[in-house]
Design a protein around this ligand. Structure first.
Ligand code: WQD
Length: 385
C-alpha cells in the first residue's frame, strides 16, 4: 500500500463493473493514488460488483486514513452508452477540462462467436465507441489511454509463443475490432505525438478471482468461456451431465486447444503498470521507432495449457467429477494462443506469476461463495467475537 500527499489522479475505467474492470479498479484503489470513475452500460456486468470493490478498498484503509485516502476508496459510477458522444461528454463535464488524468478503456463486447453473427453491433460498440471516447477525451485534454486489446488480434499465429511483432491477422469480427481500435490509437498518437500516449494490452486468457471471493466473473446466462462454465457446472447452475470439448484433433500435445491462462489479479496489475508508464517521465516509448507514443504488450504467462489440463485442474479445485465428450471443433477456435510475455516483463515489470492451481482455487472460492453471482446475498461480516 502506498500513501502520498500528491492529489489523487482521476482515472476513468470503462467497463468498470465487469470481470476485468472490477479487478482493475481494485488494484488502482489499493494504491490510494487514484480517484476511480467507472463507466459501464451494464450490458454484461452487475452494479453490485462496484459496491463490493469499494467495500474491499474501505476495509483495507488504515484506522487513521486521511480524507484523501478515504476518497480514493469511493468510486464515481456512471452508466452510459459509449457509442453516444453526448453521454460521454456529460460525464467528462462533471470533472472539467483537464480533470481526468487518463482512461483505462476495457468496455467491449467480447464473444467471438456472437461477433460473427452480429458484426455491426461489434463494430459499433467496440470501434465506434473507442472513436467517440477518444473524440471526447481530446475535447477535455485527456490524452492518455490504456486500451484493452486481445490475443485474438493474432488470428492463427505463425509461431508460438507469440511476440508482439507478429503480424495482426484477426479472423473474427471481434478480433478485427481490436485490430482496428489499436490502429485508431496508433494513428492518433502518430498525428499528435506531443499530445497523445497510449498502451494497448493484449490479454490472453484471464481466469480466477480476487482471493476474498467478493468479486469475480459473473456472465449473464450460460458462460461461453471454459473456466466459468466449469465453475457453473460444479455449482449446479449448468445442469449438463458432461462438458462438450470442441475438438481433439488439433496439432497440440493432447489434441485439444491450448491457451495461456493468467490470473485476473495479475492481469489487473498489468494495467497499473501500464498507467504508470504513461506518466510524463516514462521511458517506455524511448524505444519506439517513430515519435508516436503508442506500444502494444502481451499480457500472458507464456505457458500454454490444454482444455483437458484445465478440466483436470478444476476437478481438483472443486471436487466435481467432470465428464466430457469430444465433439466437433468450434468455429473461430485456433490451436494455440500462448504469449511471449518478455516485452511486458522487461519494459513494464509485468509478471503473471500466480499458477493454475491458484487460479482454479480462487475461481471456485468466488463461485462457491456466490452461487448466483452478484445476485447472491452475502450476510454482512459478523463482528469479531
Ligand atoms: C478456451 C478453450 C475452446 C468451452 C477467450 C475469450 C475471448 C478472447 C479470447 C478476450 C477453447 C474450449 C470452451 C467449452 C471447450 N478474450 N472450450 N468447451 O476461445 O480462448 O476466447 O479468449 O479478448 O473474448 O472468450 O476462451 O474459454 O471460450 O475457450 O472445449 O464448452 O476451451 O474450444 O479451445 P477463448 P474460451
Amino acid at each position: 500500500m502506498s500513501t502520498t500527499s500528491e492529489p489523487l489522479k482521476r482515472v476513468i475505467v470503462t467497463g468498470g463493473a465487469g470481470y476485468i474492470g472490477s479487478h482493475v479498479i481494485y488494484i488502482l484503489q489499493e494504491t490510494r493514488r487514484y480517484k476511480v470513475i467507472s463507466i459501464d452500460n451494464l450490458h454484461n456486468a452487475h452494479p453490485k460488483s462496484l459496491d463490493r470493490v469499494a467495500q474491499l478498498a474501505r476495509d483495507a484503509l488504515p484506522k487513521d486514513a486521511t480524507k484523501q485516502e478515504k476518497e480514493s476508496a469511493e468510486i464515481d459510477a456512471h452508466t452510459c452508452d459509449l457509442t453516444r458522444p453526448d453521454e460521454i461528454r456529460r460525464v467528462f463535464e462533471q470533472y472539467g477540462k483537464g480533470g481526468i488524468w487518463g482512461v483505462v478503456h476495457i468496455a467491449a463486447y467480447k464473444a467471438v462467436g456472437e461477433s460473427t453473427e452480429r458484426p455491426l453491433l461489434y463494430y459499433a460498440n467496440n470501434v465506434g465507441a473507442t472513436v467517440s471516447l477518444l473524440q471526447v477525451m481530446s475535447e477535455f485534454d485527456c490524452t492518455r489511454m490504456v486500451y484493452s486489446s486481445s490475443a485474438t488480434v493474432y488470428g492463427t499465429p505463425p509461431i508460438i509463443p507469440i511476440p508482439e511483432s507478429t503480424r495482426l491477422q484477426a479472423d473474427s469480427p471481434y478480433g478485427k475490432t481490436k485490430v482496428m481500435s489499436e490502429a485508431v490509437l496508433e494513428d492518433l498518437c502518430a498525428a499528435e505525438p506531443n499530445k497523445w500516449r497510449a498502451l494497448s494490452l493484449r490479454y490472453f486468457n484471464p481466469a480466477g478471482a480476487h482471493a476474498s471471493g467478493l468479486i469475480g466473473e459473473d456472465p449473464r446466462g450460460r458462460p461461453g468461456n471454459l473456466l466459468p462454465l466449469l465453475a457453473h457446472m460444479a455449482i449446479g447452475r449448468v445442469k449438463d451431465d458432461k462438458l462438450c470439448v470442441f475438438g481433439n484433433d488439433y496439432p497440440t500435445p493432447d489434441g485439444t486447444c491450448v491457451r495461456d491462462y493468467l490470473h485476473v489479479v495479475d492481469l489487473a496489475k498489468g494495467h497499473l503498470l501500464a498507467l504508470n508508464a504513461l506518466t510524463d517521465n516514462s521511458e517506455v516509448f524511448d524505444s519506439c521507432p517513430t515519435p508516436a507514443r503508442f506500444k502494444a504488450y502481451n499480457l500472458g504467462k507464456g505457458k500454454g495449457l490444454s482444455v483437458l489440463q484445465i478440466v483436470e485442474a478444476m476437478r481438483k479445485a472443486t471436487g466435481f467429477d467432470y465428464k466430457y465428450e469430444i465433439i466437433g471443433r468450434r468455429r473461430g477456435d485456433v490451436p494455440d494462443l500462448t504469449a511471449d510475455p518478455a516485452l511486458a516483463e522487461k519494459e513494464l515489470g509485468f509478471h503473471a506469476d500466480q499458477d493454475l492451481e491458484t487460479m482454479c482455487r480462487d475461481l471456485w472460492n468466488w463461485q462457491s461463495k456466490n452461487p448466483n453471482g452478484y445476485d447472491t446475498e452475502i450476510p454482512p461480516a459478523q463482528p469479531l467475537a
